[in-house]
Write a protein that binds this ligand. Structure first.
Ligand code: SF4
Length: 62
C-alpha cells in the first residue's frame, strides 16, 4: 500500500491525523503530510478510513 496526499488541497481539518497519527501528521505549513507508509493491517485500515473520510478527498491509497 502507498498513501499520498495532494497537499495543495488539504484544508487542515485534522481528520487524518486523528485517525492515524503514525501515518499522518501536520507539517510546519499546517497541512497534513504522510510521515511514513502504513505497516500492518491496522495501519492500512486506518489509512483507508482517513482517505475515505477526508472532506476534500485529497488522500490517495494505492
Ligand atoms: S483529512 Fe484531508 S483535509 Fe483533513 S487534514 Fe487530512 S488531508 Fe487535510
Amino acid at each position: 500500500m502507498e498513501v499520498v496526499i495532494d497537499r495543495e488541497g488539504c484544508i487542515s481539518c485534522g481528520l487524518c491525523v486523528s485517525t492515524c497519527e503514525d501515518v499522518f501528521q501536520f507539517a510546519d505549513d499546517g497541512k497534513a503530510e504522510v510521515i511514513k507508509q502504513p505497516e500492518g493491517e491496522n495501519e492500512e485500515t486506518m489509512a483507508r478510513e482517513a482517505a475515505e473520510g477526508c472532506p476534500v478527498a485529497v488522500i490517495g491509497v494505492e
